[in-house]
Write a protein that binds this ligand. Sequence first.
Ligand code: SF4
Length: 268
Amino acid sequence: MAAVAEMVVAHPQTEIGEVLSPSQVRTWMDCQARWMFKYLWRLPDPKNSNLATGIAVHHALGANFAQKVESRRDLPVEEVVAAYREAWEAAAAETDFRDEESPEELRSKGEELVRLYMRDGAPRVQPVAAETSAPASALIGGVRVNLRLDVLEADGTLIEIKTAAKSPRAIEGAHAIQLAAQVLCTPGATGKVRVDTLVKNKMPLLVPLEIEMKQQELLAPEVLYPLAQAGMRSGHYMPNRTSMLCSRRNCAFWRACEDEFGGRVEES
Ligand code: SF4
């Protein structure tokens, strides 16, 4: 663990976790060692194909909603698809595709998702703020948190758009904490949240799930974010080999993790 101690000395403790994002805290909650490799050691974390698709879809739909705040109209679908293709090329250049993956097929699958959302999702969204606006920032439990919101509607509903390989049945616990932090950081958000998931099935699907963040849900980030910050500053980071993402396939840091903490990380 000598390397861990050295890294903590290299970063004054009060600077570690000074400004957090919900995704950083989610990484911390899932595996402290992965947080350390990514945010403290800053080891390379190449994208996988799922992330590349998610980034490109998000970028294209975000560009549509950013202009819709003023125009009140969706862009022509082909314009949004062109924005997707451009974003995909940029993301694909930084992606580690698996041998069995075809970047071309993955690109066109993402394009189908964009077309689906522009047909079935976008027309019923009227944003008053959207992704490319200035980042939202707030103190949560005394911790500075910055994030970029997806879409905020006039009635205070936050809309998050994501891609997934499988249909979600519910908004799971760690995700709900992340959404609660987004509500706390977004002026005008009332606690109503909708997660629109674009599922990469053979036949693509749009699955909307709604959740209402009340006092109990909003309490979680207020309590957990300062605990996470204190943990990040402690210099003691546990690997979570029981994480759903703990495998050589899903964690770019598996070699460093075996070197640092011993044991073997499963293949998949
Ligand atoms: S290999 Fe597993 S335990 Fe190690 S950092 Fe990655 S997710 Fe965490």
